[in-house]
Ligand binder design. Sequence first.
Ligand code: ADP
Ligand code: MG
Length: 212
Amino acid sequence: MKLLELKKVSKAYTSNIGEFKILDDVNLSLQNKENIFLFGPSGCGKSTLLNILAGLDYPDNGEIYFQNKIIKKKSLELVQKDLGIIFQDHYLISELNIFDNIKLKSNSHEEIKAILKYFELFDLKNKFPNQLSNGQKQRVCVARALVSKPKMLIADEPTSYLDRENADLVINLILMASKKFDISTVVASHDMSFQSKFDKSYTIDNKNLILC
Ligand code: ADP
Ligand code: MG
């Protein structure tokens, strides 16, 4: 079943030197449980597309459908409930311990304990972000994004600041959790070594989305 669909989506940014079109007539459909990989050089529009998918930004033209219902600007909050997001930088709150960082996305202690155990983070629950390695921090972010079992996970370059071993671990955890909890994912990265792990991969070339 179709979870999310973009139809003829366009997006431009305006600056003092004029208008720059980033996406032009982009169509994309994400099925339930599907894992999509998005790659391309810096500046090609990956984050712009992910922000639109995540409801953090709205296109200039075109339509977004979530579970076959059209999403108007005002109802984007509905989508955000069904969504987990992971960014390049971890965005953990330094004053909160790991348990409380995950609690930002769930009020259920049972749910938080279960996800900490699933991601082998339980022993770190009382530590603070600055006491964790980069790999551990990003694992906490995956756990936080997935704790309330969203239907969809959007990850924007989640492995950029990680070494090879931790980068592989984070991508494998995302894909394992996607299978276990039936979560669709869209992951952007410039690291092509992940491409074969995904169901489909796209790049953005000259404002268009190209299936690779
Ligand atoms: P990527 O994630 O692939 O590196 P982005 O989607 O971040 O690419 O950016 C695409 C282009 O849009 C870049 O040229 C960037 O400078 C520009 N851009 C991104 N966000 C904004 C913004 N808020 N205002 C103006 N230009 C932007
Ligand atoms: Mg980006």
